[in-house]
Design a binder for this molecule. Sequence first.
Ligand code: MG
Length: 169
Amino acid sequence: MPVDFRVGHGYDLHRLEERPPAGRGRPFVIGGVTFEHDRGPVAHSDGDVLMHALTDALLGAIGAPDIGQLFPDNAPENEGRDSRAFLEEAVRRVRAAGWTVGNADMTVICERPKMGGRKAEVVASLSHILGVPATDLNLKGKTHERVDAVGEGRAVEAHVVVLLARTRP
Ligand code: MG
């Protein structure tokens, strides 16, 4: 039976500030996993860049409105919101349109903290939400070589590419 494919791309960046009271940084959460860090994202929601990039990649693949359109950053209900809700809505739309996630390749870029030892935890967290095997999700951690905002520890960013598949009716 013929199979259709869709690719989706997502990108996100959040500014990092010191944790209160010195700054407005929220806890540093990546893919639903909290990392120990003296800085955290400044965001309306919980500022989980990886979850946001993955959500946008899924929404983009099916031609749906993007995360900012579905969950405006001036809406009171999204204040401090767990980004899991955004990702769950994207997954719901993907499934409703008959698509399944083939794989996702993800990159998180920040100077600190290091993703290294906790990659499996992040992948497991996303695997659970997406309902796809961890072996179909890949996560890379990179630094920005100490240059520009990300390299100076003032921002964190994430890039995600997803592939969706659907059997042609
Ligand atoms: Mg964001």
